[in-house]
Design a protein around this ligand. Structure first.
Ligand code: MCN
Length: 792
């Protein structure tokens, strides 16, 4: 591959060679001299006071080196885990942020809360010792649902958080929305639950830490999507380790889906313990342990209304959401159901008035934070369910009602009533493409064919928009968040013209080693094979905010494009010197610096060599070397959008859903690598199908036990649950990113839950059914059918 492979090409992924040949290097693969193993003892209770912990027997067991509890961490002044990005309530006051000790002190607040950490020579010895620790718990009443947690008299998780209310938050114009509803000809209403999900990346979380006493240097290898932020939060807030003495490395990471974008207690405890024990410590999460200690996603209870005039034009939307935060605030937790949710309630529609209230609530469950899509699938689900209900109730065709209210292509940039301004988009174009590709015209015949087999067939539409590329500091500030999220890139050109990129994003499945190399190959005109991408190591990469919120291309890629431009600018200076010309006369294209209108030129490689072997440089204007760095703080989010159409067939005898067809047309701006974008969409849609039809995190109301804590009870979508999909793009160019790209990493999870649920409801609509909560399991569907047709 000694050629330029630039933007728009689909080379095979560079990183796959090491993965398919078994040479990926994950945290669990790390071996350090003298390494020990750590195991956490976790609470079996959802809510309990810790009266005493007796670890005498455990400490005396074979191979055991230490047993640590919350009291030890407290005595050592270890701090609590910070919630990295806070929110501000209606009253202008900051949210309640109660302490979150890495090992529980005094109380446990969810099943799985870590109580003690055992370090031993082997994991088996540590596990046996953990079982020998005697914890005297005084079990307290627990509460797992948001409605119950807000009721007067509900068990209180924190003494200084009355009513378990972390924050009462709002966005939009309450008065204008009330007025809009007052003049409505029709109001559509939905009560819905956005089901709690567990991320379940293929590689469970893990951490290895070591400490070098002679230099005071700590190293933590962790399964993280943002190693620099872990260094910042853990080093400054939890363990008080100076940043230059803490190296955080996130090597190959086997999927994250949001779950690995938080600073977790285990990272801090393992790092602290390594110094205490004086030997490296490794902890690898078990799958069942992950179910009760990885942050969960979603979990909203929502009442929503859409006001329409007599022609079906939208006048206003009003939403009340209760968002479950679990037992503590995770790093981004309260931001997800607020700042990432409410600003998307305009969808792709012109809705003059919007008002959203969110109560952010503590319960005795695992902390909730971002999971692929994070707030945006929840918003899309609310809007797209409301639109379908309104269409059904008003007798308007579901496509027609969408078309009537869509923001026209010419109306961009479009300012919504909820802060965000969409820069570009063509929702009607995406919908038209999807209708064509899904053969909507042939649906009636397919429905008849299904009926002839005794099956019910339904088709569901979802048109969506996403705000991604987190996060412009200007907008984050207006939303009351603590800060925005820029990104950085260094382009290091070696004397031979080979290029190493150091970037602050983290590749854990998204193909950055390929797509970022394509960007450099295109910009600098260097062979694709000559570009390597380095990430995930705080000692190598300057700084970075990591990967989540589909930000890597829109923010990291923009920093990379800018750093590449700086390299070209410097290269022109060098070429001008070498060619004895004026810098302004030097053009750069496809790897060649040339003087316009002449045959005088220098290749990129010649300029790179000259940068490091300078000859007679005018040093006052030209430093040797060819390495440039750029930081990029986006001016706006990017707004991918699209239209998804799902077609289901339901067996009324059993309630089993078969997803027959899935069509997606998405607008992700300039596409760097079509194959990777398709793969991202594929994976995202599969996860959305999982939420819509299969996955559900169920807690026992009384005991707060997680009832779906293993793959026996938590139903993941499998290959045979997902049809062959028709995926294509219909791009409008982002007006503010240097490459014109928008994110694509989450769009699949955003469009699909509503499309699939709307299809299920469509199949059941003749029975008077207007809504079903996710997951639309056979049991739920069967019950709805039975209730609609008693005795059948
Ligand atoms: N891309 C492109 N053209 C575009 C947009 C993106 O070629 N117009 C490419 C990018 O260059 C990158 C990939 O598509 O290689 C995804 O880019 P982007 O949308 O910037 O998303 P991120 O790289 O920031 O990835 C984050 C996103 C999120 S938030 C979750 S969650 C998620 C996801 O990506 N988790 C994943 N995709 C995942 N894929 C895998 N395999 N594993 C995960 O854990």
């Amino acid at each position: 591959m000694s050629q330029i492979i630039g933007i728009g090409a689909s080379p095979l992924r560079k990183e796959d060679l090491r993965f398919v040949s078994g040479r990926g290097h994950y945290v669990a693969d790390i071996k350090r001299p003298g390494m020990t193993a750590g195991v956490f003892l976790r609470s079996p209770h959802a809510h309990a006071r810790i009266k005493a912990i007796d670890s005498t027997a455990a400490q005396a067991m074979p191979g055991v080196l230490a047993v640590f509890t919350g009291a030890d961490l407290k005595a050592a002044n270890v701090g609590g885990l910070p919630c990295g990005w806070g929110i501000t309530g209606k009253d202008g006051k900051p949210m309640k942020e109660p302490p979150h000790p890495p090992l529980a002190q005094e109380k446990v607040r969810h099943v799985g809360d870590a109580v003690a950490f055992v370090v031993a020579e082997s994991a088996e010895q540590a596990r046996a010792a953990a079982e020998a620790i005697v914890v005297d718990f005084e079990v307290l009443p627990a509460v797992s649902g948001v409605l119950e947690a807000l009721r007067p008299g509900a068990p209180m998780l924190f003494d200084d958080v009355p009513g378990n209310l972390c924050c009462d938050w709002e966005l939009g114009d309450a008065v204008a929305t009330k007025q809009a509803f007052a003049k409505a000809a029709h109001v559509a209403h939905v009560s819905l639950v956005n089901n709690r999900l567990v991320g379940n990346p293929m590689e469970p979380r893990a951490a290895v830490a070591e400490y070098e006493p002679t230099t005071g240097q700590y190293t933590l290898w962790t399964t993280s999507q943002f190693p620099h932020v872990v260094r910042l939060l853990m080093g400054s807030a939890v363990l008080s380790i100076p940043q230059h003495k803490l190296r955080v490395v996130a090597p190959d990471v086997g999927g994250g889906f949001g779950v690995k974008q938080f600073h977790y207690a285990e990272e801090a405890v393992v790092t602290w313990a390594a110094a205490k024990v004086g030997r490296p410590v490794k902890w690898v999460c078990e799958r069942s342990e992950g179910f009760i200690s990885d942050a969960h996603g979603r979990d909203h209870v929502t009442e929503a209304e859409l006001a329409l005039d007599e022609t079906g034009k939208f006048l206003g939307i009003r939403v009340k959401t209760l968002a479950n935060m679990g037992g503590y605030l995770s790093t981004f937790g309260p931001n997800i159901p607020t700042n990432l949710y409410a600003p998307l309630l305009s969808g792709v529609y012109t809705i003059p008035a919007i008002y959203c209230e969110v109560k952010v609530v503590f319960t005795n469950t695992v902390p909730v934070d971002a999971y692929r899509g994070a707030g945006r699938p929840e918003a899309t689900f609310v809007v797209e369910r409301l639109v379908d209900v309104a269409a059904m109730e008003m007798g308007i065709d579901k496509v027609e009602i969408r078309r009537r209210n869509m923001i026209p292509k010419e109306a961009y940039p479009y300012q919504t009533p909820v802060i965000v301004q969409y820069d570009s988009g063509d929702p009607a174009g995406c919908l038209a493409g999807a209708i064509d590709s899904a053969d909507v015209a042939g649906f009636a015949a397919r429905k008849q064919a299904s009926l002839a087999k005794g099956k019910l067939r339904g088709m569901g539409f979802s048109t969506y928009i996403e705000a991604c590329g987190l996060a412009p500091s200007r907008i984050a500030g207006r939303l009351g968040a603590r800060g925005g999220l820029y990104e950085s890139a260094t382009v290091r050109v070696h004397p031979t013209g080979h290029v190493t990129v150091l970037i602050g994003t983290h590749n854990h499945g998204q193909g950055h080693e390929t797509t970022f190399a394509q960007i450099v190959s295109e910009k600098l005109g260097v062979p694709f094979a000559n570009v390597d991408i380095v990430f995930g190591d705080t000692d190598k990469v300057q700084f970075g905010m990591g990967t989540y919120g589909s930000r890597s291309l829109a923010v990291g890629g923009s920093a990379l494009a800018r750093a590449s431009d700086k390299v070209i600018t410097k290269g022109k200076k060098i070429a001008a010197h070498l060619l004895e010309a004026d810098e302004q006369d030097v053009d750069f294209s496809a790897g060649v610096f040339a003087i316009a209108g002449t045959d005088r030129k220098k290749t990129f490689e010649e300029v790179a060599l000259a940068a490091y072997v300078p000859h007679d440089y005018p040093l006052e204007i030209l430093e040797p070397g060819l390495e440039e760095q750029a930081y990029y703080d986006p001016v706006n989010f990017t707004y991918p959008g699209g239209a998804h159409i799902a077609e289901v067939e339901i067996d009324p005898e059993t309630g089993v859903v078969s997803l027959e067809k899935y069509t997606a047309v998405d607008d992700v701006g300039t596409v760097i690598n079509p194959m990777i974008v398709e793969g991202q969409l594929h994976g995202g849609i599969a996860q959305g199908i999982g939420q819509a039809l299969f996955e559900n995190c169920v807690y026992d109301d009384e005991s707060g036990q997680l009832l779906s804590g293993s793959f026996m009870d938590y139903c993941m979508p499998r290959a045979d649950s997902v049809p062959s999909m028709k995926i294509s793009t219909h791009s409008t160019i982002c007006t503010h990113t240097p490459l014109g790209s928008k994110g694509c990493g989450e769009v699949g999870t955003i469009g699909s839950p509503a499309a699939v649920t709307n299809a299920v409801v469509d199949a059941l609509a003749h029975l008077g059914i207007t809504h079903i909560d996710m997951p639309a399991s056979p049991n739920r569907i069967w019950r709805l059918i039975q209730n609609a047709m008693p005795g059948q």
